[in-house]
Design a protein around this ligand. Structure first.
Ligand code: C2E
Ligand code: CA
Ligand code: CA
Length: 549
């Protein structure tokens, strides 16, 4: 069972005795924080922002009294919704009436009765949480966020606001890998990270799975900072994991638009990120709406697309720089939709993974690649090895893996040696021991395994200890780094990876090479094989055959 954190209560009263009595009644069930006056209370609430589930508030206090606290809470968006129970000895209608008007939700009269205190606190929190709180992060949910943002925009005076939409890349695989509890921890952690960042959110919420929405003031947005923010390490020293997040940015112009549409626009902008290493965010533009295909549509039109041969295999050459000859190729899928035109894999692959269709696509790719290799053999033309990408989900589809293995067993010896499989290290870690057996069977049947995006994910070096692979593909992220203080570090990591492959007797491919300088540097380090736009983008099979074979 998931371990629940204790909910937090703030008790504000200048009488130490009163605080002690209430703490004594509530501390078994809740974490208690005490404040001896109103000013202190506000300071603590601001510090903890959404951390409290309820405030028990005295009215007559030095410095700032209870009414003052209520007034400040009404002015702060994230405090406005927090339930407050008045605990004053003064219970005249005038007093309590005024507190209710200022947002208090209940009151206790003294002397306190333990049963009544505990039940009212429990009920008030339950009422509040049912509607507004996200159980995982303890912060707002989608509904509360929409409400809050609507309020901020209605009351705004001069500020201009921006809506940000964050998403954690590969969250599904990471969640599989960390287990549900571990995944939840990452979500909590990421939530806190946004909250405490220089983005200084006015309001924020986890609005669904690994999606976070956040309202900020226009003046706090610095794109360099946002770029840095999206790329982070998570976990303790020994089990550190590199995580990328991406962000859609929507400048709010028309306050009459529904908040839901604003969130949709920020989310849509995120789909248009083309190079997440270089620029992990995109700003919404109006024409994006014309070309967007949503996840549901992608899944519902996928099978039709397969039937109509809308999916094509593109090949990207992998080149041996010493000889200038092509060493192998990677098969990458392309979707040319009948009416919608080109849809990028960055958009439809995550959607197909979510919808459970990815294995069908991968199966299709394997079949197409084998057909192509067979064709060339029949015509006695030369061919190079081709790798196809496997998703972690393929390993849960035993039929699919059986199908590939049996294909390898009965197919010609040539194809066996020619088809290779790429799997990312995050996927590999996510599929766990049971399913890596399948991967080993692929290998025993003659297929080579390439470890894709090496260095980008989880415990890279551990993966190598536990798993036999043939080729490492160094993650493009290392070359995409633009922060000066990181470039040198990236280069020395690449250097280490290359010497490691030498020690382990593995081949190594550096992905994403775009310039001659990069190749020169990497060649000096001992890498010889490259894949990247410097040589060629992925191209259709006929062009590939013309140019390279
Ligand atoms: P990946 O496996 O890491 O593939 C490399 C991606 O980097 C490709 O993007 C390729 O076009 C791009 N690339 C290659 N060289 C360069 C370069 O020099 N600079 C830059 N900026 N980019 C370069 P693509 O084709 O958009 O594919 C994106 C991802 O989609 C792939 O990343 C892979 O994870 C996934 N994918 C593509 N095809 C398939 C497939 O058939 N099955 C599965 N499961 N995943 C696929
Ligand atoms: Ca790949
Ligand atoms: Ca890759």
């Amino acid at each position: 069972m998931k371990q629940m954190r204790k909910k937090k209560i703030l008790i504000v009263d200048d009488s130490e005795m009163n605080r002690d009595i209430l703490t004594g009644m509530l501390e078994d069930e809740y974490e208690i924080v005490e404040a001896e006056d109103g000013e202190k209370a506000i300071e603590i609430m601001k510090e903890g922002r959404f951390g409290f589930s309820i405030v028990l508030l005295d009215i007559t206090m030095p410095k700032l009294d209870g009414f003052g606290v209520l007034r400040v809470m009404q002015e702060q968006n994230w405090l406005k919704e927090l339930p407050v129970i008045i605990i004053s000895a003064e219970t005249s209608n005038e007093y309590i009436g005024r507190a209710y008007e200022m947002g208090a939700s209940d009151y206790f009269s003294r002397p306190f009765d333990a049963r009544i205190v505990i039940s009212r606190v429990r009920n008030t929190i339950a009422l509040f949480e049912r509607d507004y709180i996200d159980q995982v992060t303890g912060g707002y949910n989608r509904k509360a966020f929409i409400r809050q943002v609507a309020r901020v925009l209605k009351e705004r005076e001069t500020e201009e606001y921006i809506l940000l939409f964050f998403n954690i890349k590969n969250f599904k695989a990471i969640n599989e890998l960390l287990g549900v509890g571990g995944g939840d921890k990452l979500l909590q952690w990421f939530y806190q990270r946004i909250l405490r960042s220089k983005l200084d959110p006015v309001d924020m919420a986890r609005i669904e799975s690994d999606h976070f929405a956040c309202l900020i003031e226009k003046k706090t947005l610095d794109f360099d900072y946002l770029t840095e923010f999206c790329d982070f390490s998570y976990g303790e020293e020994k089990r550190q994991m590199h995580i990328y997040s991406t962000c859609g940015v929507y400048y709010i112009q028309d306050e009459t638009m529904s908040i839901t549409s604003m969130i949709d626009r920020a989310k849509l902008a995120k789909e248009y990120i083309t190079d997440e290493y270089l620029k992990p965010y995109t700003v919404f533009k109006n024409n994006m709406q014309d070309t967007y295909v949503d996840e549901m549509e992608i899944c519902s039109e996928f099978e039709d697309g397969i039937a109509k041969q809308e999916f094509q295999v593109f090949y990207q050459p992998v080149v041996d720089a010493k000889t200038g000859k092509i060493a192998s190729a990677e098969a990458l899928v392309r979707w040319f939709h009948e009416t919608k035109g080109f849809i990028s894999p960055g958009q439809f692959i995550p959607a197909l993974e979510k919808g459970g269709y990815i294995s069908e696509l991968d199966r299709y790719m394997v079949r197409k690649v084998i057909e192509c290799l067979e064709q060339r053999r029949k015509e006695s033309r030369p061919a190079v090895p081709v790798s196809v990408n496997l998703s972690w989900m393929d390993f849960y589809d035993e039929n699919m893996l059986e199908w590939i293995v049996s294909g390898l067993q009965c197919g010609g010896k040539e194809e066996k040696k020619m088809i290779r499989f790429e799997i990312t290290e995050t996927s590999l870690a996510a599929i766990g021991e049971n399913h890596t057996r399948m991967l080993m069977r692929l290998r025993e049947n003659g297929a080579k395994i390439l470890l894709d995006d090496f260095g980008s994910g989880y415990s890279s070096f551990n993966t190598l200890k536990d798993m036999d692979v043939d080729v490492l593909k160094i993650d493009m992220g290392f070359l995409r780094t633009t922060r000066p203080e990181r470039i040198e570090r990236s280069m020395s990591i690449i250097n280490t990876i290359i010497s490691l492959t030498k020690t382990l007797g593995l081949s190594v491919i550096t992905e994403g090479v775009e310039t001659k300088e990069q190749i020169d540097k990497l060649t000096q380090m001992g890498c010889g094989i490259y894949q990247g736009y410097y040589f060629s983008k992925p191209i259709p099979v006929d062009q590939f055959e013309d140019a390279y074979m």
